[in-house]
Design a protein around this ligand. Structure first.
Ligand code: SF4
Ligand code: SF4
Length: 168
């Protein structure tokens, strides 16, 4: 969804958003129940845990220390080639990252994750226009179907768009 502004080759070199610090486990992507069941069959090492009506990867057992900065990769990350999932299998959270739909208390917003090195090289206006010109609507519709993907707002995430409706 962000291929017009994020190059595949840069992402293949980076892979930052497919590796999770212990303190950033709230960022792990959500999968619908059927997708989690199917991927558990296909990738025997993959573990999932429920989040509301959806499922996310359960990487708790992958950390070796209590260090909040320790990192563990997603089960579907190949260190050479990147994400092993097909476009159909890849969760919406990964397709829209580094955008996030978030609950800001009195409103639902679309915000930018501040840690993506590539997107943060672009003018904020470029990303904002992409959201205004259709991508924001796509994200809103996905969140209406799966409200569990709406994260609690965190300080430091620039807000790109405020939705007309509050979804949760
Ligand atoms: S953090 Fe940004 S640049 Fe890095 S892989 Fe993810 S989307 Fe691509
Ligand atoms: S599902 Fe794929 S894109 Fe998403 S975090 Fe895992 S490896 Fe990365």
């Amino acid at each position: 969804m962000l291929s017009s502004i994020l190059s595949k080759s840069k992402c293949a070199e980076c892979k930052f958003c497919c590796v999770f610090r212990r303190q950033s486990r709230w960022e792990t992507p959500l999968f619908p129940k059927e997708a989690a069941a199917s991927l558990s069959e296909k990738y025997k090492n993959a573990k999932f845990r429920p989040v509301g009506d959806m499922f996310t990867i359960d990487i708790d057992g992958e950390y070796k220390t209590d260090d909040p900065e320790e990192e563990a990769p997603c089960f579907f990350l190949d260190s050479e080639t990147g994400c092993m999932l097909s476009e159909d299998e890849k969760p919406v959270d990964c397709k829209i990252w580094p955008l996030r739909i978030m609950d800001k208390g009195d409103k639902t917003v679309i915000a930018l994750t501040p840690t993506c090195p590539e997107i943060n090289k672009l003018p904020a206006e470029t990303v904002r226009k992409l959201v205004e010109n259709g991508l924001g609507k796509v994200i809103e519709e996905e969140a209406e179907k799966n409200p569990d993907m709406i994260k609690e707002y965190r300080e430091g995430f620039p807000v790109l768009s405020e939705l007309d409706q509050q979804i949760i």
